[in-house]
Design a protein around this ligand. Structure first.
Ligand SMILES: [Zn+2]
Length: 538
């Protein structure tokens, strides 16, 4: 069976947002309700070839439809869609709960994990790679991705995405996650993020620096986490991990202080101690894996963005002008204000300036920064508008984890609307969410457990070794990767378009791995579009 010529958001549509589908080819398209009433009938012209996918495809906006079920027909094809009041709460919750399933160092009991339950993992004492006399117990944190490593920088950006989702889209973050802390009076998204924050605090050396990561020397085979008993090490400290942790903890201080002042104070003290270490060690040394270490590198050759983000968050949390001055000095045309990933965190600093500090940030960090930010957002919208599927990614940028720039661009387009009050990019932002859930060149939902045709074989050790057919739910796949596929896949992708360079195969970490910091920008986007019942409208 081939792919459908009608690509839909497989999790449904909102009754307060436009229904957008992608249709391949030309011809008559009709929209009918379950009583066979024709709601819309359109004649579609032959669309041009979409560069990223090679498809002749166009996006059709069917407008805002009342709740109910509908059929879309074109040629001999017919596809059912559902329109609901609040269609994406479940998938957004699942994306947050996906992080619960990544928890390390604790049992995942049946009560919370269902059939994906497993005993505690990685509970043995860990050793400092450089100073083997240091041996301690560092429990907690989330497994980073398909592997069982835990990395400070990627963890920091994941938490930041969640905290800003909570701050900017609070009504979209529900409280029904069924995690151990549920019902404790703290929103569940903060409960889940705290699991990582508590771990992060344990990865700080007494001198203020943060270890880059806590991993073994090599990746585990495809075994369950509780069966992975090889020695774990605190790998050398790094500037980028220390800067990202500093920024994240300074942000978290503000978010948690009304819930738990003692915890919040610990985080701010930790952030200040991290910044002190950076000040005392001003010469940036990019992290490299020590000899013999083959786990994730997360190499980052630029430290300006981490410093910028940290300065913004420290200013917001302490009001100390020295941080404002530092952020102003670090601000330049070179910063990518719409980058929110682990390698470039400038955009997180921009969010702090634009939505927390606001006019208090002054001319450079508000007025000038805002102008540059809005311009960057405009270029993301142009990318989407020149794509057949309205995907905000150029054909030559389908990298490892292409879902990250796509979700990041959705965040930027959402923030544009929040900043300006203009709706012009909202439907473009919504198309990125639709991309993740089925309106794409593969007719696939990239979120496990959701949609008619979801990813089934993610590169994720528990999903690949638990003996259960369905993968752990609520994990988003990295998606097509034309730029850096594994050598063994390069040939398979030779004549395949960028947006189709994807394999739903367990071995394909290059296209089908999951990662905490891919879930988290999707959480932001999902939380935003789940506020439809609270006044979000077009
Ligand atoms: Zn573990």
């Amino acid at each position: 069976m081939g792919l459908s010529n009608i690509r839909i958001n497989q999790t449904g549509y909102s009754s307060s947002l436009p229904v957008q589908v992608a249709v391949l080819g030309a011809g008559r398209l009709t929209l009918t309700d379950t009583q066979k009433n024709v709601i819309k009938s359109l004649e579609l012209k032959e669309p041009p070839v979409d560069e990223a996918s090679g498809d002749r495809v166009s996006v059709v906006d069917l407008g805002i439809l009342p709740e109910g079920e509908y059929y879309i027909e074109t040629g001999s094809e017919k596809r059912k869609i559902s329109v609901q009041k609040d269609p994406w709460r479940e998938v957004t919750d699942a994306l947050i709960k996906g992080l619960y399933f990544q928890r390390c160092g604790c049992e995942l009991p049946e009560k919370y994990a269902g059939k994906y339950m497993h005993p505690a993992c990685h509970t043995a004492p860990v050793i400092d790679w450089e100073d083997r006399s240091v041996k301690k117990t560092v429990l907690g944190g989330w497994h980073d991705a398909g592997d069982y490593g835990k990395y400070v920088g990627p963890g920091a950006v994941t938490v930041a995405h969640m905290l800003y989702a909570y701050l900017l889209c609070p009504k979209g973050c529900s409280n029904g996650l069924n995690i151990p802390e549920s019902g404790n009076g703290v929103p569940d998204i903060l409960n889940e993020a705290r699991y990582e924050l508590e771990w992060m605090l344990k990865t700080q050396r007494p001198d203020g620096a943060f270890y880059h990561k806590l991993t073994k020397a090599r990746f585990a085979p495809f075994i369950m986490p509780q069966d992975d008993h090889e020695q774990e090490y605190l790998m050398p400290v790094s500037h980028c991990a220390t800067g990202a942790a500093c920024a994240c903890l300074a942000l978290a201080y503000r978010v948690y202080k009304d819930y738990d002042a003692e915890f919040a104070d610990r985080m701010l003290a930790s952030a200040l101690s991290a910044q002190k270490w950076i000040d005392e060690n001003p010469e940036f040394v990019p992290y490299v894996n020590p000899e013999g270490v083959r786990t994730g590198w997360y190499g980052d050759k630029n430290f300006t963005d981490e410093q910028f983000w940290a300065a913004c968050e420290l200013f917001a949390s302490t009001g100390d002008m020295k941080y404002k001055n530092r952020a102003e000095k670090l601000f330049s045309e070179e910063l990518n204000l719409t980058a929110y990933g682990w390698a470039d965190v400038s955009g997180l600093g921009a969010i702090c300036c634009l939505f927390v500090l606001k006019e208090n940030a002054g001319d450079i960090l508000y007025t000038q920064l805002k102008e540059k930010f809005l311009k960057e957002c405009g270029s993301k919208a142009e990318l989407a508008n020149s794509s057949g599927y309205m995907t905000a990614l150029p054909a030559d940028r389908y990298i490892w984890g292409s879902i990250l720039p796509i979700m990041s661009n959705a965040i930027s387009l959402i923030l544009y609307g929040m900043l300006t009050g203009e709706d012009r990019y909202k439907s473009v932002a919504l198309m990125q969410w639709n991309y993740a859930l089925g309106v794409n060149a593969l007719d696939i939902s990239f979120v496990t457990g959701f949609g008619e045709n979801p990813v089934m074989h993610p590169h994720h050790r528990p999903s690949g070794s638990d003996g259960i057919d369905e993968p752990v739910p609520g994990l988003i796949s990295g998606g097509p990767n034309k730029c850096f596929p594994y050598p063994q896949n390069r040939e398979r992708f030779e004549n395949v378009a960028a947006a189709k360079s994807f394999l739903d195969e367990t071995d394909s970490a290059d296209t089908n791995e999951i990662a905490i910091y891919w879930n988290s920008p999707a959480i932001f986007v999902g939380a935003y579009f789940s506020q439809t019942d609270t006044g979000l409208s077009f």
